[in-house]
Write a protein that binds this ligand. Sequence first.
Ligand code: 5AD
Ligand code: SF4
Length: 450
Amino acid sequence: MNVYDSERMADVLAPLGYGLVETPDQADMVILNTCHIREKAAEKVYSELGRLRLLKTAREDAAGQMILAVAGCVAQAEGEEILSRAPYVDIVFGPQAYHRLPEMVARASRAGKAGGKGGAVLDTEFPAEPKFDHLPAEKANTENAERTAFLTVQEGCDKFCAFCVVPYTRGAEYSRPAADVLAEASRLAGVGVCELTLLGQNVNNYHGAGNDPRTPEAVWGLGRLIAEVAAIDGIERVRYTTSYPAEVDDELIAAHRNMPELMPYLHLPVQSGSDAVLKAMNRRHDADFYRRLVERLRQARPDLGLSSDFIVGFPGETDADFAATLKLIEDIGYVQAYSFKYSPRPGTPAAMLAGQVDEDVKAERLAALQDLLNAQQLAFNRSCVGRTMEVLLERPGRDPGQLVGRSPYMQAVHVEDPALAIGTIARLRVTAGHANSLTGVMTGAERMPA
Ligand code: 5AD
Ligand code: SF4
């Protein structure tokens, strides 16, 4: 989501004459788009700001200017603190303010030119309705068009999992009207995008205003939205992330059964396999609900690959609770997953709970969990050997002549074949499965998406 937001920031700044550069020392403005989800991510902001300060000072010594901005969830949660710890920052703005960026930049730039500090700009307001900016028209003619793109369809979260800052930093759940989503999807397809990932903190709880003249009042769920996006000319692959297990509905399960464009890969975070921990986390599912849900999804789409997020060391987690998580992982079988040590976040209920788990216990549990997940990922990658997969070739690889693409399961696939080109969907036969990637060879049938 931050990648998507950063792209939108670049879009809204283009009319002011700003373009992207490769390194901060080439930049007239640096925006750090930050993440507040765990303490480590949030602390990185301050060390990064320390480094950027040197560049900014050098620039000012040479009578130049560099605007330094902090965006995203750390800005939202700790705006005042950023300005006191790093007073040289010019602009601090939250995830719902990026459409006001041109105005803020103009103010910061005037303040800078007037000499000294005209006062930093702080914008962490939550509007009643989040604003989704569309791509400016100039974007339509980019050379080197990307084949794959993100599209935000839902923002915010009302779930209040006890460990999580997102409801506080991203605000309440809001679904973008289907007409807007379809217009942006069509425009992206028009510039060559063939794979779309629909984004939202609770994307499967999408309930946007529908776009059907026969039923103008109807609200669409995610299943319907995916069907309409997949029907757009040129869109060949659809994905969505991230989902909340308790809100997966029958329409979405049916979409996995009926729509070949919907990739057979689903990120469905369970967090823990212990019912006691799930309850303390304020998740609205227990381990058996999750098992049954995966069962239903696999009945609809037998080759579905699953991914998840896990937290170890949530307050009160016992050895038995942790064992239940390992058991769930054994039962489900993941194709890949993300896992984290619990990180107490200021202002969240779990940070105040008794029974905080020792760091070394967290580290041990994380290592054991990751051993199991890595073994499952390797087993899955090896099980792909001999299969033919459609791979969207995205970029050059490290070796000369090598290309890297994505399989339907999001695996990186390496291939060396002079007949293949970036931007095509190639049918590759998998010849090797590694820890984090596959190797493939061309099967003779390459095709160019429309
Ligand atoms: N500590 C550790 N992990 C967290 N996550 C969210 N908040 C925390 C926290 N306080 C993880 C969850 C979530 C993912 C995006 O980040 O697993 O699904
Ligand atoms: Fe955070 Fe996801 Fe829970 Fe929302 S559903 S509070 S974003 S972990």
